[in-house]
Design a protein around this ligand. Structure first.
Ligand SMILES: Cc1cc2nc3c(=O)[nH]c(=O)nc-3n(C[C@H](O)[C@H](O)[C@H](O)COP(=O)(O)O)c2cc1C
Length: 184
């Protein structure tokens, strides 16, 4: 029997964070195991309890919390992951990943992880079009990250433009593609 896939789902501080709960459900429906890491900002938008209940696993929010085993969560999850999926992904996390920052559980896991990376950014259109964000996305794609670009439409901030989290089905397709990439 094929080994079940392990997905680490990173959730960041975007208004679209609530959609990550449905994405977690869709990943679980594939019979994949899902472990969630939330940034501190993400916990302002949606409760850790939602993801803990859906996945049946503790949610990592604090890199320095008491770990269940002797290993540091960012290292054990990085090794466990068959794919690291960050949805929604803020402009801030794009910048951190592009430049190798590792100052919280999610960015440290991303740095320690060699599994395929899927990013689904969501943000205000001006943030998305900012030259810094464009350059960060270019860098991350050049390193092999799969970027599921945000879609045009009405944004929570009141603007109409490109910035909405891509349809969850599109993100799922990207995860399937990532899982098919050659073994690390
Ligand atoms: C109501 C609200 C909505 C926000 N939505 C977004 C968003 O969709 N995308 C984004 O990049 N930042 C958004 N931000 C800003 C981020 O929350 C902020 O940059 C935060 O520091 C991101 O932290 P993180 O990247 O560690 O999750 C929003 C802030 C607020 C107050």
């Amino acid at each position: 029997m094929a080994k079940t896939k392990h997905i680490v789902l990173g959730v960041t501080g975007s208004i679209a964070a609530y959609k990550a709960a449905e994405l977690a459900r869709m990943l679980l429906k594939k019979q994949w195991e899902v472990a969630v890491i939330m940034t501190a900002a993400a916990t302002r938008f949606v409760g850790e309890l939602t993801f803990r209940s859906l996945t049946g696993r503790p949610v990592v929010t604090d890199m320095f919390a008491e770990a269940e085993d002797w290993r540091m969560p960012h290292v054990s999850l990085a090794d466990w992951a068959d794919s690291l999926v960050i949805a929604p992904c803020t402009a801030n996390v794009l910048a951190k990943l592009a430049h190798g920052l590792a100052d919280d559980a999610l960015s440290a896991t991303a740095m320690a992880c060699s599994a395929p990376l899927v990013l689904a950014p969501a943000m205000n259109e001006k943030m998305w079009q900012h030259p810094a964000t464009c350059e960060n996305v270019r860098l991350l794609k050049a390193r092999g990250a799969i970027c599921v670009e945000p879609e045009p439409g009405e944004l929570a901030c009141g603007y109409v433009g490109q910035g909405r989290l891509a349809a969850l089905e599109k993100i799922m397709q990207a995860v399937e593609k990532a899982l098919q990439s050659p073994q690390r």
